[in-house]
Ligand binder design. Structure first.
Ligand SMILES: [Zn+2]
Length: 243
């Protein structure tokens, strides 16, 4: 019995630990096994990029766009291809306000175990929809749920695409609007990428927090840029790229 116990314990810990470790690896915001991944850039300039995932939804745009417009702030919206396809007018609204659009897959299903053909369909069809609504310039990609393992990074690397993750994810740690503001201000540093989800039905606290998040960071001396502008800053600096 004494001998069996340690093995049983190790097996139990593995059974509990393996899924946790697996999720950690596949959701790691600052690592993937191949291709370029950016979760922030190294810079001494107080610049920050706001990124909004999912949608577009009218609810989200009605809440977010006036806030950004009033402060002349650009942002990057990682959109779901299928949702954008059904709502091209919302894409046009985003472009009309000068924001950057990114690819967040066509169906927003987890892409961990998809074949290369299925990955290609998810990525390429969404790029095509982004072009159809009028987006010009390089298209950045963010995986659904931020999850990636082998096939997705391989596809993105072999088609010279950059994976954009984040280093500030307030919604994963706090919920109330005031806490989202405080968390974000506390964790943003020069070159940060913030992820928020104001498009979804459950994004009410995020929508409520957004004006104070932006105003707080402005008063902390930050300037807002799109993710592409942030990447360009990195390319023009001598700093080591964040990978
Ligand atoms: Zn998403």
């Amino acid at each position: 019995m004494k001998r069996v116990m340690p093995y049983a314990l190790v097996l139990a810990l593995c059974a509990i630990g393996t899924p946790v470790a697996f999720t950690r690896i596949t959701r790691a915001p600052d690592w993937q096994w191949c291709g370029e991944l950016v979760s922030r850039v190294e810079t001494t300039e107080r610049v920050v990029a706001l990124t909004f995932d999912d949608g577009p939804s009218e609810r989200g745009l009605d809440a977010v766009l006036p806030v950004l417009k009033a402060r002349a702030i650009p942002a990057t919206f990682f959109l779901i291809g299928r949702t954008l396809e059904r709502n091209p007018d919302l894409g046009a609204r985003l472009l009309g306000d000068g924001h950057e659009l990114g690819n967040h897959s066509y169906s927003h299903r987890p892409m961990l175990w998809l074949s290369q053909d299925d990955i290609a369909r998810e990525v390429e069809s969404t790029d095509a929809i982004l072009r159809r609504v009028g987006f010009r310039g390089p298209i950045l990609f963010r995986p659904p749920f931020g999850r990636k393992l082998l096939g997705l990074p391989w596809y993105l690397a072999s088609t010279q695409r950059t994976t954009i993750m984040w280093d500030v994810d307030p919604e994963s740690y706090v919920q109330a609007a005031s806490d989202l503001v405080a968390y974000t201000r506390e964790h943003v540093r020069p070159g940060s990428i913030i992820i928020l989800h104001p498009m979804t039905k459950s994004g009410g606290e995020t929508r409520a927090a957004l004006p104070a998040i932006i105003d707080g960071l402005l008063s902390d001396g930050y300037r807002f840029v799109t993710v592409s502008e942030l990447l360009a800053l990195q390319e023009h600096s001598d700093a080591v790229p964040a990978r």
